[in-house]
Design a protein around this ligand. Structure first.
Ligand code: DAH
Length: 373
């Protein structure tokens, strides 16, 4: 053993002196006792038992001692560190218990509270009615077609035989869309009806064509009980060989009975639309008075205004000029078309009287319609 180290006195190594170790232990125990929560205990552990704590440093000094002195110093440091470790474990267990008890109180869930106070949303009845229409027609082999809400004037008007000077063009209360350069004439409008989808469909498919198109349409009306600037229509279009008005009437009857019940009675009243020839308006026999109010001032009917019939939409045989504009040979093919108001359908079907209820989105209104599909 080298002489320099044999004379080494371990008591002289300050970190290993018993009173210093004792002081380190006392400080550690005090800090541990003071730690009021797990975070504080964590930092006490780091300071007093971590790699750079006084006791860890003392432990490292042992290696520098001559072998004969190591055992006693090792025991002293080991005992000190053991006391600190034990105190840390005890305090850790205590603080965990405290935390668990606190969490149980703070995060408890009262399972007796009512769970159904907040109303869940409901699908809007306009959506479910459009889906019902789509179901009725897909069951007959129709497809559902779509078109853009921002529509080219050509599709909205010209293709449908509504020329620039046609009175129907100015009667339509159209929202015109400004061009990006600020000039008024962009050639784009918010579609005023779903009929442009007829033209789009004829141009993109070859007959036989059987489609319906539910969708939003726009007119410059103020919102009140009977008008809204955004509303919905269902367009129908059939193009095939040998299609007659009888097919149209049968289809409308089937649709009316599917929407309003098997007793529904319809009639076709002659009318005019530029894109159909001949044209008609399908009327429904009033569900409320069933015609009894007509000429009967003692029993007026609010639903039909004592007319006996309710207007439901427009229809007719597709005008050959429209067929030609859309690339279909009118000598070979004929077809019918119809357009119904979805809001109007809902008003009759569900006795919804005020258009504003339909646009306000109040769940108390929509929920009343349930989740019918
Ligand atoms: N597009 C018409 C409107 O909004 C309704 C209409 C009438 C649609 C006759 C048709 C039709 O398909 O054949 O007033």
């Amino acid at each position: 053993m080298p002489t320099e180290t044999s004379s080494f006195d371990p008591v002289e190594v300050a970190a290993l002196q018993p009173e210093n170790l004792q002081r380190n232990v006392d400080e550690a125990l005090a800090a541990i006792a003071e730690a009021g929560d797990l975070d504080a205990l964590k930092s006490a552990r780091l300071t007093h038992a971590g790699d750079r704590s006084a006791l860890a440093l003392a432990n490292r000094e042992i290696a520098a001692l001559p072998p004969a002195a190591r055992a006693a110093a090792g025991q002293r440091v080991g005992a000190s560190r053991g006391r600190v470790r034990e105190a840390l474990e005890r305090r850790q267990a205590e603080l965990e218990l405290e935390r668990d008890a606190r969490v149980l109180v703070e995060e408890s869930v009262d399972v007796t509270l009512p769970w159904d106070r907040r109303p869940i949303g409901a699908r809007h009845p306009l959506t479910t009615i459009q889906e019902l229409f789509a179901d009725v027609f897909t069951a007959m082999g129709y497809e559902v077609a779509e078109g853009p809400e921002l529509e080219a004037e050509w599709f909205n008007f010209d293709a449908l035989n509504i020329g620039v000077d046609h009175p129907a063009r100015s009667l339509m209360d159209t929202f015109f869309v400004q061009a990006a350069d600020g000039s008024a004439d962009s050639g784009i409008v918010l579609r005023t009806h779903t009929s442009p989808v007829q033209a789009r469909t004829m141009l993109s498919r070859t007959p036989p064509i059987y489609v319906v198109c539910p969708g939003k349409v726009f007119r410059t009306d103020e919102l009140d009980a009977t008008h809204t600037p955004v509303f919905h229509q269902l367009e129908g279009l059939v193009i095939d060989e040998g299609i007659t008005m009888a097919h149209l009437k049968g289809t409308l009857d089937h649709m009316a009975q599917a929407m309003f019940g098997p007793d529904t009675v319809t009639r076709l009243r002659p009318s005019y639309f530029p894109f159909t020839e001949p044209s008609a308006e399908p009327d429904l026999l009033c569900f409320v008075c069933r015609g009894d109010s007509v000429g009967n001032p003692d029993r007026p009917c609010r639903t039909c205004g004592s007319e006996g019939w309710i207007e439901w939409g427009g229809c007719g045989m597709v005008n050959p000029r429209v067929l030609r504009a859309c690339g279909i040979d009118p000598e070979r093919y004929s077809g019918f078309a119809f357009g119904m108001g979805i809001e109007r359908t809902m008003m009759f079907r569900n006795a919804a009287e005020d258009m504003r209820d339909m646009v306000e989105g109040d769940v108390r209104f929509t929920a009343a319609f349930g989740m019918e599909s």
